[in-house]
Design a protein around this ligand. Structure first.
Ligand SMILES: [Mn+2]
Length: 365
């Protein structure tokens, strides 16, 4: 009995597309699942066609993705018209032609994807395999490799494992039985030290100076932590810091703010359990700028001239203080938190019981 579903006919149909003299370019929007899928397809095409190249339409900037390309030696390049001109067949993985205008110039002969198909933009390729039920495209590629009798090498298996891990958020998001199977199968072949190295490549060296500033500037308010960073090169660093501080035990929401392009930018992060940071952003800053988001992620951008010459830090603190007072005045808004005496001060909060079981954390709101 075979470990994965049998795909003999599909593999044959795919192989029928491959001609000895063709030069194939595999395109993707680079992220871990797409890069792993491109690598796997390259492995399937190798030795069956004249040349296989990997092209991405975006620039990679996340440190983990950069680490993936480096340590797994993925020969991917930013696609240019000059580069594309060297190929005569085009494949697309982990995406569909209508997903980006950058794909409009290509006629794809092969599409393998796990995003839902859109009735308005049906995929038209000589070979296509689209499985929206799958949590990752890497799973689909693993099935193809298996059915083609190709055992993945260490680097490829590691890439596919990372693709599955990323797209299923380590099986916290929607996934299919096939994703679990592929994960288990690939685990045998992958290099787990390399995988950990990639997963843990979270920061860039240039960001560390902001961390040292943030440690001095941070201020804890009950279960929240805020930091005003002053002028920053890019609001990306605010996101990194807001995510980082949310990992502190006992902290359930963070606001990291800074000035960029004449705007005061506030990045909100929350655990999504008791407080909805999207609403919080709106309540705090909705009257002076664009503010909103989801339960666990939000953002508010305020033009500096709306601050009436007040220092941005002062402006933020006053609004936070006022919202706290408003909450106290109407305790209904304070949520169903057990009494912890933690709301009355800005002092470092004592360690109180965080929600422990997953049932209590899935709190209706
Ligand atoms: Mn994907």
């Amino acid at each position: 009995m075979s470990y994965f579903r049998r795909l003999d006919e599909r593999v044959q149909a795919l192989m029928d597309q491959l001609k000895k003299n063709d030069r194939w370019l595999i395109l993707c929007v680079a992220d871990p699942d797409a890069l792993a899928s491109a690598m796997a397809l390259k492995r399937l095409l190798a030795n069956r066609v004249q040349a296989v190249g990997l092209g991405m339409i975006n620039e990679i900037s996340r440190p983990d993705n950069l680490a993936m390309v480096k340590y797994l030696r993925i020969p991917v390049q930013r696609v240019t018209p000059l580069m594309a001109a060297q190929y005569d067949k085009f494949a697309l993985v982990d995406s569909q032609p209508h997903h980006s205008p950058a794909f409009a110039d290509f006629k794809f002969s092969l599409v393998i994807d796990h995003h839902p198909e859109s009735p308005e933009y049906p995929v038209q390729a000589d070979f296509q395999e689209i499985r929206p039920q799958y949590g990752s495209n890497s799973t689909l590629m693993t099935e193809f490799l298996y059915n083609a009798g190709v055992k993945p090498g260490k680097l490829l298996a590691t890439a596919l494992l990372y693709g599955i891990k990323t797209d299923t958020q380590s099986f916290e998001r929607n996934f299919h039985d096939a994703d679990v199977k592929a994960f288990r199968y690939l685990s045998k072949y992958a290099n787990h030290l390399l995988l950990r190295k990639i997963v843990r490549s979270e920061f860039r060296i240039e960001w560390l100076k902001y961390f040292s500033q943030a440690f001095r500037k941070m201020r804890v308010m009950g279960e929240g932590l805020t930091a005003y960073m002053g002028e920053v090169d890019s609001s990306d660093i605010l996101v990194i810091l807001a995510d980082f501080f949310l990992r502190v035990h006992g902290i359930s929401w963070t606001i990291v703010s800074g000035v960029s392009d004449d705007k005061l930018i506030n990045v909100f992060r929350g655990d999504g359990l008791r407080r909805d940071v999207g609403k919080m952003a709106q309540q705090l800053f909705g009257d002076v700028g664009s503010a909103g988001g989801h339960k666990s992620m939000a953002r508010a951008e305020i033009p500096l001239d709306k601050l009436d010459n007040q220092h941005p830090q002062q402006f933020i603190w006053e609004r936070l203080e006022n919202s706290k007072k408003a909450k106290k005045a109407s305790p209904a808004g304070a949520g169903k938190q057990e009494s912890n005496g933690g709301t009355q001060s800005d002092k470092m909060r004592r360690v109180t019981q965080p929600p422990t079981s997953s049932s209590s954390s899935r709190n209706p709101k």
